[in-house]
Design a protein. Sequence first.
Length: 240
Amino acid sequence: MWGPLHALLSLLYPEGCPLCGRPLDAGCRAGVCSCCWSEVRGSRGSRCLRCGLAFEADWGGASPICLGCARRPPAFDAGFSFGPYAGRLAGALRLLKYAGMPRIASPLADAILSDRGAADFLAGAEILAPVPLHPRRLRERGHDQAALLAQALGARLRRPVSPLLRRARATPPQVGLTARERRRNLRGAFRLARTAGRARGRIVCLVDDVWTTGSTLEEAARALRPARPAAILVFSAARA
């Protein structure tokens, strides 16, 4: 639905911001006005020590473990999401993923790294590895949003970006599936790539655009484990 909406906005506001429709200003980046970029913010407050889930209330002191991680410890060592999948952040990610605007990745990476928590978390990685699309989906979309985001982050952090995983099979869309159905849908979806040897003994961060139930990042981390990295981190721009 976002594609037709973006096309309509482009007709109504040929010089305007695709997120708010206002005329573009001197501070616009990648076709999005500076006002909208100023509203792309990360989560605040305490987070789960394992998955990085941001709690609505400030717990104070050291963050606890969330109920989900306590019940079912994740396959990765630590996780972090920049902000909630809402508002201008969600809009920017939809432009990146669906609206044929891959250049959004650059200012989005800047917004993410302006957050101290996200910057510190990502700086702990030695390699960034995007969660891959299946080749068929890549041909349909024309770009891999996770790879674009990982490359933009890696360039700023001076960290190598490597495709350590490949998508072994196409999976039906995850939208509308329960957490259990998502896990079943993704089982065996990832395999080690030829470059996976680079992960051995190093701290790897898997990068994706949106974290919904965590099933994709869980399965990707499980598939990467045989490459024997020192630790597996997972990061997403937003958490739904």
